[in-house]
Design a protein around this ligand. Sequence first.
Ligand SMILES: [Zn+2]
Length: 375
Amino acid sequence: MTTGYVYHELFGWHDTGTNAGVFPADHRLGIQPFQHFENAETKRRIHELVVVSGLIDQLHRIPPRKATDAELLLVHTEEHLARLQAQSDQPKGGDSGDGFSPFGPGGIEIGRLAAGSVIAATEAVVDGTVSNAYALVRPPGHHARPSTGMGFCMFSNLAIAARAVRRTHGVERIAVVDWDVHHGNGTQETFYDDPDTLTISIHQDRVFPPDSGSVAERGDGGGHGYAVNVPLPPGTCNGGYLSTFERVVGPAIDRFQPDLILVASGYDANAADPLARQGVTSSAYRAMTERLLDLADRHCDGRLAMSHEGGYNPVYVPFCGLAVIEALAGVAVPLTDPYEPIFGGMGQTELQPHQTALLDQVVPLLDDIHSGVRA
Ligand SMILES: [Zn+2]
């Protein structure tokens, strides 16, 4: 088994400026210049832990590359591309669309590199160069809509990769599992009427985008039933996440029978994240990855590719990322997560009744998912 891995130092150079968290610094409002929540550190520190732990020696490096216009236009509008290019050409850069997603001069080129690197990782899985792959990219992608960026995202990296391999390699049925703590609204929008793309988003109820990702959002037209949303209550920890995999993700994928599984891998459900209120630890990220590997083995010769999304605690996210990439590679480096005993011991980490109640709402909806063999 070979695990592909793509990272480029330029991902750390994507410049989100001196925003204080999400807001532009403004002394008139009392907002002192600081760092954007979406800064380089979590990503850079995952990569450095992958190197320092020795895990890098077990991985197959996939060369990063920039996405072409034609690839970006598989999902995005020409207007979105033209606007980003114009802002990228400005001396101080611009914003991907919502005012919370700044980038520096020339920033579109790093966005192209992120999207293209997810395509490269996915292609390597589909053409058999590697068994599975992890694309550690920045800026993230799952909030970006066809017509605009948002939520720190410039291009919808994973959706672009899905459409790219569908075109170049004839991959028909693609299941997308999004475990970023925020709703994967952009990916969902792109495939909302498509019964050949199953999107499953596991997120904290109504965090971002606000009022997005309810159980009632299920897809349009022929795609009805192929958008699955699991808006977990705040405070959900490992027990609730593993139960979601047991009761929703596994059965949904078993019904759908994909040719490829893609994962929008954000770590902001971790127990110490500033942008959510969940309590997941590295052991659960490892277990969820192992469950997906089992599903991929069962349905699509192990074809599984992950695209990095959010996760904003620079101290803890690297251990979660390391656990996922170790699981993908089927190896264990001689390092244990030193924070697991702390974050795993804060109480109510097991499945709670109100989390079961939410899953009880979602499970019956899976009956509308069917495999590719249709009458
Ligand atoms: Zn997120």
